[in-house]
Design a protein around this ligand. Sequence first.
Ligand code: OAK
Length: 829
Amino acid sequence: SIPEPQREAWKKHQVQGFTDKDGFEKEVVRHVETTLARSLFNCDEGAAYSATSLAFRDRLITEWNRTQQRQTTADTKRVYYLSLEFLMGRALDNAMLNVGLKDVAKGGIDELGFRIEDIIEQEHDAALGNGGLGRLAACFLDSLASLNYPAWGYGLRYRYGIFKQEIINGYQVEVPDYWLDFNPWEFPRHDVTVDIQFYGNVRKSQDDNGKTVAHWEGGEIVTAVAYDMPIPGYATPSTNNLRLWSSKASSGEFDFQKFNNGDYESSVADQQRAETISAVLYPNDNLDRGKELRLKQQYFWVAASLYDIVRRFKKTKRAWREFPDQVAIQLNDTHPTLAVVELQRILVDIEGLEWDEAWTIVTSTFGYTNHTVLPEALEKWPVGLMQHLLPRHLQIIYDINLFFLQTVEKKFPNDREMLTSVSIIEECQPKMVRMAYLAIVGSHKVNGVAELHSDLIQTTIFKDFVKIFGADKFTNVTNGITPRRWLHQANPRLSELIASKTGGHEFLKDLTQLNKLELSIDDAAFRKEWAEIKYANKVRLTKYIKKTLDVTVNPSALFDVQVKRIHEYKRQQLNIFGVIHRYLALKAMSPEERKKQLPRVSIFGGKAAPGYWMAKQIIHLINNVGAVVNKDPEIGDLLKVIYLEDYNVSKAEMIVPASDLSEHISTAGTEASGTSNMKFVLNGGLIIGTCDGANIEITREIGQENIFLFGTLSEDVEDLRHAHTYGSHTVDAGLNKVFEAIQSGTFGEPNDFGAMVAAVRDHGDYYLVSDDFQSYIDTQKMVDNEYRNQDEWIRKCIRSVARMGFFSSDRCINEYAEGIWNVEPLVVN
Ligand code: OAK
């Protein structure tokens, strides 16, 4: 560091960052002219966006430096959030709002000849995630910074994020998402690199004390390069770091020998193989596919992150046993579970600790969050693959399992069934490593993400582990969302209205203050303004639908929205069958009767995993229904069916505030939590849903009179499934009519959707669509009736928003901090 006498000069010139319009404009112009090498004669919206972002980035990085300095000096415990996905969306609007300078920027942009909305629209979403799990990680980063927790996120810097979805002739087509063309938010740290080893062999030797030491030798090396993204907190100078690793050939690996001998192709091939590791995000949500490259991604990212964390810890010169006092690592699902093994390897093989001492440190450091109970999503890796790619890690896994099973044996003597059931190695053909079991054994706390989900994991998939470790190790932390992005940024007018009724923007830091809104519920002017804001948001979406799909929808109709990944368990098929049912009913009515019906727009959006054939069928059916219904002159405004292409975070910010009703209708017991349910209610929309995930706690908080619940309860699911398979399974008349319409070719070729119909009618209806269909239709009828009474509807919306305080990700992060991480915020003066 700089010697004391020279520090004055540094301090004198420390970057302060702009605080007013003039300062902001100066920075923008400077970036246009120097960083971008443009002039005012060729500054388009793209350049204006770039320069604005760079101006804010400079500000963030100044605070980022100070925050890191403060944390290093304070020498307190840090949290590391390991996630293969961070679904960040756009950064500029968020940065402007969080540092409190959006108005300043708006004024400045205006004077420079642009509109701030257009500038914001220029930004490409950072789409490094599939859905719920990745977006939760992004909300958590916002809360961690906003609450001043010393925390880092660690992930992969994919060159291609989640694919872009195009709908062509009603079918999903995937287009690569190359997002790094110009990314002002990242800082390449070419000096922060880690060499990561794969393959090779393990040799064992004896040290001077006769202790056996393992040496992992040979194989190949790939280099991890750090890229940092500053994460600004809201209304605080705290700016945390998201470190994403990018892979490149190690300098040793790029074979100059080959290159000089003219074997260019092979030397370039080596390089490309290394870069492939961080090339692309796997596009599966709630599904494990077991691909070797995916395992390589996991180890690459986990090993680089742990090396970094350990390097930081070693600088403090503390004893190893203090590691868990300085470091908390959270595993976002099982994807980073190899971190458990890697830390044990570092401590035992490299640092020379005894196994037991090392293992105590490891288990005190990690916490594991489970995000799904779906069996097809639970990660398992073939032992053979693990042996080949990570030979030393497999040995350590076997040892962890051995010691674990010995303790089980002690507690449950002669219980072979128990041993087989909890073994980290599944004794099947081929043998598999069960990653969730490894994560449980390697962590001191395991949590689910909503009450029902946490109960389910403790009574079903992990029940034997509860017997072994005791109930205290298992806990619940119900998910939350950041009100900064999902209210203030997405719905600025509603945020202002709420501020005017609750005494300023305090609610953005303490969401429970929303409860003050109930005091204004009888204020007619307030309700009117509330309704006007909803309408304006619907008009905005209406225009977007017109522009992108050339369909005219009536903004006064009830907007019924289901946007999320397409999955059979989320039951978009139930929704579209309901839409067809409605269409058939309208068609059967006399014109007079039809006039009495309530107009509705059914809006869908979401991506299907490219290999998920049934999900793609569902998308196709929705689009085909839209094509018929939307141009039926007898129907007109009464029903429109819209499929919004390429649903992502920034589209959600437009869609969520425009919803009257949103659908969260998964088969009970399948959706771990859901978080869009929270976003919709927070934006003054009501929801129709099943008793599943966080819907249950939303009901508890807002009152059951403010939510439209229907369908089977989770405790009845198993019996119904059993009855479908072994008893007689009949489908009621209403649903049969829907099937007849589909199979008579009303929505395309008669055979097109045969498998979808058969799944419900003939093949056991695993997701209980037929069981829930009638109560879904009845509940939708109730929705129609209640929507007619607009005044009462608005009251319900306001009351619901007022009671949503619990669902802030700030509450959630505080629960993790206290119950799992044992970390404290670092107060800033
Ligand atoms: C993705 C891949 C593997 C396992 C789980 C997921 C996932 O996205 N799960 C989702 O996590 C969200 C955040 O906790 C929950 O709200 C969703 O219900 C859950 O499906």
